[in-house]
Design a protein around this ligand. Structure first.
Ligand code: ATP
Ligand code: TZP
Ligand code: MG
Ligand code: MG
Length: 267
């Protein structure tokens, strides 16, 4: 898998994939800057009158329900269907699913009406979508075993690939599962680092051939960049800036040197 990961990382700067983001108001600017930093191109478009057209000229679509409105749900479904018609990857970030019935219903509709390539969320969000909330609520779902179980259950329930993030990232589809142990806890102290990762995964899926390999490439690239950034700046404000710089400076050689990856095939 390592050779393919290096190749995908290099291809981002060559192909400069255009990622159409329908995302939340908190992270729009950070997401656009982060996509520029890795060498991709961002576009944000939300209105029902243009989302299908925008998705049809993009290389990947990102749907993020962080600050959801009723109009946005319709826009997400229109954009998603357009992306499906064109055959480009669609990443879904179910921010805060489980917090309110509106979010839960919207997530269910999006998952039913759009063919999603990969769902990226933290362990609470993915366990909610996997129907495991009763099992994991109230327990600390950040442990490795939990994330693996959550990822496997979500793959079965949703029929998509998933990326469960946390101290370790677990990437899985029906055939393979990978555990990545890079990153820094400071990523949890800057808003939008999960959201930006979801957009970065969309860019990588546009460039790579296999979903799990591309998502592992994206997550490892992202976490290794964060490790470089925290060496330069270990407070949240300066870390955010150092992280954007590191996203533009991290190479495939750095990632292959530093990545701590375990790959398994499903039983
Ligand atoms: P939350 O809603 O809980 O903030 P999120 O959507 O921001 O979640 P995270 O799970 O925080 O997403 O993942 C964002 C990035 O931070 C990922 O690259 C992940 O690997 C990294 N990360 C999260 N927690 C840790 C940790 N404890 N140690 C190292 N890296 C981490
Ligand atoms: N509120 C609604 S969306 C959002 C907040 C704080 C951003 C969440 O970003 P992330 O990447 O999930 O931490
Ligand atoms: Mg976060
Ligand atoms: Mg999030």
């Amino acid at each position: 898998m390592k050779e393919e990961i290096g190749e995908i990382i290099e291809q981002i700067k060559v192909k400069q994939p255009l990622v159409h983001n329908i995302t939340n108001q908190v992270v729009m600017n950070f997401t656009a800057n982060g996509l520029y930093a890795i060498g991709a191109a961002p576009v944000m478009a939300n209105d029902v009158r243009e989302v299908a057209d925008m998705a049809s000229i993009a290389d990947a679509l990102l749907i993020n329900i962080g600050t959801l409105t009723i109009d946005q749900v319709e826009a997400m479904i229109l954009a998603g269907r357009s992306a499906n018609e064109k055959g480009i990857p669609v990443v879904f970030d179910p921010v805060g699913v489980g917090a309110t019935p509106f979010r839960n219903q919207a997530a269910e509709r999006i998952l039913n009406e759009v063919s999603i390539t990969l769902v990226r969320g933290n362990s609470g969000e993915i366990s909610q979508l996997a129907g495991m909330d009763a099992e994991v609520r109230g327990v600390d779902a950040t442990g490795n075993m939990d994330a693996v179980k959550i990822a496997k259950t979500a793959v079965r329930k949703l029929g998509t690939a998933v990326l469960v993030t946390g101290e370790q990232d677990v990437i899985a589809d029906q055939n393979a599962l990978a555990i990545l142990s890079n990153g820094t806890p400071l990523l949890t102290k800057v808003t939008g680092t999960g959201c930006l990762l979801s957009s970065v995964v969309a860019a990588f899926l546009a460039v790579g051939k296999e979903t799990v390999v591309s998502a592992v490439a994206a997550a490892s690239f992202y976490s290794v960049a964060a490790e470089f950034a925290v060496e330069k700046a270990d407070q949240p404000g300066s870390f955010q800036m150092a992280f954007l710089d590191a996203l533009s400076q991290t190479t495939s050689v750095h990632v292959l040197e530093k990545m701590q990856l375990e790959v398994q095939n499903h039983e």
